[in-house]
Design a protein around this ligand. Structure first.
Ligand SMILES: CC(=O)NC[C@H]1N[C@@H](C)[C@@H](O)[C@@H](O)[C@@H]1O
Length: 436
């Protein structure tokens, strides 16, 4: 790092974050009004040359719409007529069914411990009462300070409140051709001091007004803010941590300062020593996509397995929900969240407050995952109880006091563990072993 490289703080990830394990991401914005992208089922891919013209992320609508011949361009024209711009949609956004308290009570009931809504996505539309632009939900459309309402509702529901911010892309104040490749993603973006100041001032407004427990920046931050000086990122971090001592940031700022690392639609292979977060939508998009149906969404059992696997690997799961433009929540998405919440409510000690064991799973054999409670109790989580009994690994044989939730477990001399009939319908069954 050159001599003008600023000094960044070195801070541990706070325990509240590591104990929380499960958060809800909320991608809601102007893009939710159109709410369309080419739907994609799990495992389906498109050739790399179509990656951007057929982008599955509906929140990329403003970019995809500008790619000539894209399905989104056709959808836009047929839905809104030739000559209607993306930004014209701001005045069509009424959010008439938006219920911040209802959202947050639902997320808390589904076992989330923190929530991260989008304050500004790549389209540049701000969801808070900002002095930096008139392109906001206070000046246009809903005419509501969405972020303020969500912050109040989240904390009333007992949730930690974080904010997503698009630090690299703001298509409202940039004038590039549409992004059509990964190369464009890094060249069609502003890095100039004026933009760096714009981003600094926007995030400072959010920090000072709402003291977010998480600052979730996306993609990168303007390069000119990465040297020492006014409106620098180092100054912004210092201000943030002064106001929010238990605050935590992610790893997408493009500087040698991070809190938790992020994996988007991906997982870690093993158990990293550092705190990390797996994030994904319930379908293939973060923003609402009206073209998605039940068959495009992860199913509830897979969701439980995703959470358990992530936690066993020292991660958190930040699971996204995509409200419609009117503020209602897609029923199929809510159903999956509730199913996950039911499992979590029955097995809280298998997840919350745990830390990884020395291995997260078995290399071969029954699909087991391990987590350790603060008192040293080992949770042996069977991911597929319907397929019946499994064998305890050798290093767990003979440990006394094995228990299922309600009763002692039956373990044969060869380690065979009989899964009680009553547990075989669950997405996962939890056997506990007292500290050895
Ligand atoms: C890996 C990466 O930079 N992803 C950017 C991606 N992040 C998602 C959480 C959504 O907000 C996408 O719209 C965004 O482009």
């Amino acid at each position: 790092l050159g001599e003008d490289a600023p000094r960044y703080p070195d801070r541990p990830v706070p325990d509240w974050y590591r104990d929380a394990k499960f958060g809800v991401f909320v991608h809601w914005g102007l893009y939710s009004v159109a709410g369309w992208a080419p739907p994609r089922r799990p495992g389906e891919d498109v050739p790399v040359e179509l990656e951007y013209s057929h982008h599955q992320y509906a929140e990329w609508y403003a970019n995809t719409l500008r790619i000539p011949g894209s399905p989104t361009a056709a959808y836009h024209e047929s839905s809104f007529g030739v000559g209607t711009s993306y930004e014209d949609l701001a005045d069509a956004w009424t959010a008439e069914r938006y219920d911040p308290d209802g959202w947050m009570r639902l997320f808390a009931a589904c076992g989330a411990r923190y929530v991260v809504p989008t304050a500004k996505h790549h389209d540049g539309f701000c969801l808070w009462d900002t002095a930096t632009t008139g392109f906001s939900s206070v000046h246009r459309g809903p005419r509501r300070d969405v972020v303020a309402e969500l912050a109040g509702a989240a904390r009333s529901a007992g949730l930690r409140f974080g904010l997503y911010y698009s630090g690299a892309l703001d298509w409202h104040v940039s004038h590039f051709p549409p992004i059509r490749s990964l190369t464009d993603l890094f060249t069609h973006r502003r890095n100039d001091p004026a933009f760096a100041r714009h981003c600094f001032e926007q995030v400072r407004e959010l920090v000072e007004a709402h003291r977010p427990d998480v600052l979730w920046n996306d993609i990168d931050w303007p390069d000119s803010a990465k040297a020492a000086g006014p409106y620098s990122l180092a100054e912004l971090f210092e201000h943030y941590y002064d106001l929010v001592p238990e605050g935590v940031v992610n790893d997408r700022w493009g500087v040698p300062h991070l809190g938790f690392r992020t994996r988007e639609y991906r997982t870690e292979t093993g158990t990293p020593a550092w705190a990390w977060e797996a994030t994904r939508g319930l379908g293939a998009s973060f923003g609402y996509n009206r073209a998605e149906d039940d068959t495009h969404l992860i199913d509830a059992t897979e969701l439980v397995h995703l959470l358990v696997d992530t936690v066993a690997k020292n991660g958190n799961l930040l699971l996204n929900i995509s409200p419609r433009g009117d503020g209602s929540l897609p029923e199929a998405q809510v159903a999956r969240l509730r199913e996950l919440g039911r499992w979590l409510a029955a097995h809280p000690d298998a997840v919350y407050g745990t830390r990884p064991w020395h291995r997260h799973a078995e290399p071969v054999g029954a699909p087991l995952r391990y987590t350790v409670r603060p008192d040293g109790t080992l949770n042996v989580i069977a991911l597929d109880p319907a397929h019946g009994d499994f064998r305890l690994p050798a290093d767990l044989l003979g440990r006394p006091g094995a228990h299922w939730g309600e009763g002692a477990a039956e373990i044969g001399p060869d380690g065979t563990v009989v899964i009680p009939e009553a547990l075989r319908h669950l997405p996962a069954a939890v056997l506990t072993l007292p500290p050895s």
